[in-house]
Design a protein around this ligand. Sequence first.
Ligand SMILES: [Zn+2]
Ligand SMILES: [Zn+2]
Length: 156
Amino acid sequence: MTVTPEQLRALATRAEALTAEVWALCGGTPGDPAAPDPLVDARQAAGWLARAAEDLQRSAAELARLQVQPCGLPWAVCPEHGNTLTSRAGVSECRVCHRTWSYDRPGRPCPEPATWKVIDRAGTVTRMCDGHVLGARAAAQDATFVRIDEVAGQSQ
Ligand SMILES: [Zn+2]
Ligand SMILES: [Zn+2]
């Protein structure tokens, strides 16, 4: 079974809910500070639960970060301007920003992070980067463009 950020976040949400429940039940200050407090451990447990929720969220974020996949379309583009590269003698240059790459960039698979899901009219989903989505927007009028929440790792 593969762990997803969503599953970890769901656990974190439950830990947060438990924390709130314990506080609702056992919170508040004891009436007499000198009297023995039978709920001291329960309140401490709430603290651990809150801490566990944070750790689970952190783990979810880390997992989401590692799961960002490369765009992988068979030709690379300018990350900012899309299909604007020209290659000459093994050097590629963007016609717009004049950024250069010391290799034939359009001849290689796109290494940029996939930040968009493009769903065409037939329902086919293609993941692509910011640069590639520019060209897709121009070409595919009927497609749906969904931004992948790369920070939260949702819609992966
Ligand atoms: Zn550019
Ligand atoms: Zn790309």
